[in-house]
Design a protein around this ligand. Structure first.
Ligand SMILES: [Zn+2]
Length: 323
């Protein structure tokens, strides 16, 4: 997985947090609070009821009343099995920040064990039918390169967030752009940000911040900066009380790619040719499958540039040119 190069659709192997004290809090049934699972190593609490642990996709666990809420279910079935095996038999519910495969791999497992799955209305169809994700990436029934679990999780029967009945303790903050209905989840001063922004270490390692709507993604970064929380947990990156430097880096990374697409369009061209030029210019390494992720990203940059009057479809169908 580490050979992939899109932030937010890739699985970064992160080693931070290893120096912390190990502890598995869910075995303490009387304790209520929030726990963050961080790559098998449990850290000491940052504040009352909050623990942090790294994972390829960070996963949060919050106990509210007698229900344990799992915020995303990880990027591998192995991880989800481990997580489930360490939890008590009490009631569980899954809250998905969005439907990308690296956030919902364990959904079906939790569902099989009685958990209800919740997500924003726009993400629900993709969780119920993960084929839709690869279908939009490819534009038709997906080829072999997009039939790996990296792109497609097992289906689970998600229902919209409005069916949740503990809304007073769970703040749902729409942050669209990375996906149609990306939603941050705020519980007790902690915001699980999903892929609304990325940690600097992840941005450095993986070349571009995957998104499907540049304008909405940038607006969501502004929204995120206006929020007040004690702790911000990006799904890919380190939890922090000050996300502003990483949010700014994420914004700059988007802008760099917007500029690169514009510069690469000095000669009109087909989108695939443009992808080849931009990936070379920005040192993005692609394989048969990640090419489609990158094409989706470049397509959204083109739509953004079109909206701002800088590019347009040229006379030859399928090609783009600067205005
Ligand atoms: Zn994502």
């Amino acid at each position: 997985m580490c050979g992939y190069s899109s932030v937010g659709r890739a699985s970064a192997s992160q080693a931070e947090g290893r120096g912390f004290e190990s502890r598995w809090p869910l075995q303490s049934p009387h304790k209520e609070g929030i726990f963050v699972i961080w790559e098998g190593i449990y850290t000491k609490p940052i504040k009352d009821g909050i623990w942090i642990k790294l994972a390829n996709t960070n996963v949060g666990v919050a106990k509210i009343g007698d229900i344990t809420y799992i915020i995303d279910t990880g990027s591998s079935i192995k991880f989800a099995k481990e997580l489930l095996s360490e939890m008590d038999n009490g009631k569980k519910a899954v809250l998905n920040t969005h439907s990308h495969a690296d956030h919902i791999q364990g959904n079906y497992l939790f569902e099989k064990n009685g958990a209800k799955i919740y997500a924003s209305e726009l993400e629900v169809p993709f969780i119920r039918n993960p084929l839709l994700e690869t279908l939009y990436l490819y534009g038709a029934n997906p080829p072999k390169a997009l039939r790996l679990s990296f792109y497609k999780a097992k289906p689970s029967y998600a229902v919209p967030f409005d069916k949740l009945d503990v809304r007073s303790e769970i703040d749902l903050i729409p942050l669209p752009g990375h996906s149609l209905g990306m939603t941050a989840i705020k519980i007790n001063g902690v915001i699980f940000c999903g892929d609304a922004y990325f940690g600097s270490n992840v941005l450095e390692k993986y070349s571009y911040p995957y998104l499907i709507d540049v304008k909405k993604f940038l607006d969501s970064l502004d929204t995120l900066e206006r929020l007040n929380a004690e702790l911000y947990i990006p799904s890919h990156g380190k939890p922090t009380s000050d996300p502003h430097p990483d949010i700014e880096r994420t914004r700059t990374a988007v802008q760099n790619f917007v500029n690169a697409v514009l510069e690469s369009l000095k000669e009109p061209g087909y989108i695939e040719t443009l992808c080849a030029k931009v990936s070379e210019k920005m040192s993005v390494s692609l394989n048969a499958g990640t090419f489609y992720l990158f094409r989706s990203f470049v397509s959204s940059v083109l739509e953004f540039l079109e909206k701002t009057g800088k590019v347009r479809n040229s006379d030859i169908p399928g090609t783009w040119e600067t205005v």
